[in-house]
Design a protein around this ligand. Structure first.
Ligand code: AMP
Length: 188
């Protein structure tokens, strides 16, 4: 399937591999699928954790991979040395801004606090109308179930609207997630 409306996807995910090898397998699977569809991967530029897995798989499948990393994190997160393109930023905030500017959609894979931070930034900017790019979760083994419940919790207590909760789509299969994101991008 050609996702002409999704030329580039920004992936947020763990700088650690997580406790289950299924996370690494899923990250690699997602990287491969987006490369096979000719979609550019935009991500945080590291070669460690799930970040490294998604980039390695996309590159191995012949994809274009763009990294965006703050100078101060180059050694801590271990910069990937095989990227198609690299942007160095001065701050974490500039990194997020640059990753978002370069992308047509945002996808979170399993990860930790940094992943949540990035996901919520994309989501809250969509909520207040700063961008209209689709947001997705690759829900590996139900990893995001607690987060989806937390979003619902906010809606049920009147702190977000039903339409806000619908700003994020969760799917376990990469192909289904890409199809849902493409559909949303077409509508926006
Ligand atoms: P983590 O999910 O915690 O492994 O982090 C994933 C990515 O988010 C890493 O590249 C982190 O550098 C990044 N990150 C961590 N904290 C923040 C933050 N406060 N703002 C933006 N990015 C962050």
């Amino acid at each position: 399937m050609a996702h002409d409306v999704l030329r580039s996807i920004c992936v947020f995910c763990g700088s650690r591999p997580g406790a289950d090898p299924a996370f690494t397998a899923a990250a690699a699977g997602f990287g491969r699928v987006i490369a096979e569809r000719g979609i550019t991967l935009v991500y945080g530029g590291a070669r460690v954790g799930l970040m490294g897995s998604v980039a390695d798989a996309a590159l191995a499948a012949g994809g274009r991979v763009v990294g965006v990393i703050p100078r101060a994190l180059v050694s801590k997160e271990v910069l990937h040395d095989g990227l198609s393109e690299l942007f160095l930023t001065e701050t974490m905030a500039q990194r997020k801004e640059q990753m978002m500017a370069l992308s047509d959609a945002f996808v979170a894979l399993p990860g930790g606090f940094g992943t949540y931070d990035e996901l919520f930034e994309a989501l809250t900017l969509a909520q207040i109308g700063i961008h209209d790019k689709p947001n997705g979760l690759l829900d590996v083994g139900g990893f995001f179930r607690p987060l989806l419940a937390l979003l619902r919790h906010a809606v049920e207590h009147g702190f977000a609207g039903e339409s806000d909760a619908r700003l994020v789509v969760a799917e376990e299969a990469p192909e289904r997630l890409l199809a849902a994101l493409a559909e949303r991008a077409r509508r926006s």
